[in-house]
Design a protein around this ligand. Sequence first.
Ligand code: HEC
Ligand code: HEC
Length: 502
Amino acid sequence: MKLIALLSLVLSASVAAQVPAPPVPPQNPITPAKRVLGKILFWEEQLSSDNSIACGTCHQPFQATADQRLAVHPGLDGNPGTADDVIGSFGVERRDEFGVPVNDALFGFDRQVTPRSAQTVINGLWAPNGFWDGRATSQFVDPQTGLVSIPIGGALESQSIGPILNDVEMARENRTWADVITKIENATPLTLATYVPPDMTGAIAVDPTYPDLFEAAFGDTTITAERIAFAIATYERTLIADQTPFDLGTMTPQQQQGLNVFLNPGSRCGICHAPPLFTDNTFRNIGLRPIPEDNGRQGVTGNPADAGRFKVPGLRNVGLRSNFMHNGRLSTLGQVIDFYLGINGQIQFPANQDPLIPGIVMPPGAVVDLIEFLSGGLTDPRVAAETFPFDRPILHSEQGDGDRDGDVDSDDLAAFVACIDGTVGTAVVPGCERLDMDGDGFMTCSDWSSFELAWTETGPVPDLGLCLSTPIPAASEWGMIVLALSVLTLGSLTFRKKVSRY
Ligand code: HEC
Ligand code: HEC
């Protein structure tokens, strides 16, 4: 009893603590030019082999920088629709070294899906090791030289170089750093994105190419894997969600009550999810799924004691997420709590399970308060609304996807019609930015044709006659068109003649 009282005292004392400053390795200090370059790279779809995906595609702020495009990975048994499925993130379609599509055993010619769910990047900056299993190490080794570039505190740098060459996430097979660097050297920064935030457009206006942006950040125009990693990690270290009702002391009485439940020795949440980060950054096995499906930390350390252990996720902004846990299989906070209590059909798997989990109890009625605390008390409104520093551009792959589910389909068509409001040429109203395909601030017929191109449902987009107001060439203009066409035809005939002469 005494121990429990002491524990709860320690827990309540630590609640008052502020979010710690992000640890910054001395080898990679934060500078404004590096931060903005990192932000541009994080949202750059051209960093992928096929221009289809950026880091930000899977890490969206309004989703607590996780992913709400619900993608199913069939899990260990290879069959979708079974209990071992994982809700992961859509990556790239599989392509070989030459960019030729490859028929993948699990996903055919469709987008591949990651075998774990996307974590939030916002909580990642304090983690000594990155990823669910901690395989992104604190020591960062430059992948081009093999030399240690950050001995300690470089987990974000280590992590950031993974997806760029990963042939599920962003790359074609056998992609090299030389390929990535040549591509970036010749790319126009963020040319595929619309509604680019002012800090990014400002930087690009001064330094319009990637070599220029790297020069501003690092002193010369050389692009290296290490510099890409340094810039991206710097941006991530500035994504600090420290303005939650919990931080500001503005929680409602019910949220405060929920915090008490959270810290209560019976519920035990606050032991692993220790405030103020709501994680102690340890690896624990809560018994979510049978170990053979994914042995977690053991896969990195080889230690049987680590079987089924995953990183305790920080819970800041957890209320913005649409799916939870390393396998993404719990879809409400209510289900998460049912799991910890082992009720309502949620089963725990006892092999190597953390001894704290099976004894979790909560007073009746406490669950409602706990959910209220988790869903509201820990949300930074700037993350939810995607305002600075959590603002970002609209990606090419999101244009037309009004409801942000990863597809451009009938729901988005209804949104398009509502946004264009029957009158072609209307100014974009807030909420319609994703349907203003070219980002020019107006809903026009060119947006409609781009929308038709982006359509992902089978069959053509229903013809709504939306763009009948497109000016049809006047009779006088037809003469010019015929003339232009015949000049072109003659030109090509002359060309053909010339070729055949040799
Ligand atoms: C295809 C979707 C996808 C893309 C693209 C992607 N990620 Fe991730 N990210 C994930 C998934 C899934 C995980 C968890 C993987 C795991 O733990 O095995 C993750 C984990 C992370 C983490 C770890 C957070 C923590 O707490 O340990 C960071 C940081 C991160 N990603 C940053 C990035 C950066 C930077 C890029 C671009 C260079 C990127 N991601 C591209 C899906 C993606
Ligand atoms: C023994 C340590 C431990 C205790 C106690 C614990 N958790 Fe967790 N929690 C974890 C770990 C580890 C995960 C990730 C597990 C996985 O994915 O396999 C997790 C995941 C979560 C998630 C999902 C977060 C996300 O981003 O996917 C929520 C929400 C959560 N816990 C809330 C709670 C609540 C509420 C309690 C108290 C009833 C609690 N936890 C008790 C260790 C713990």
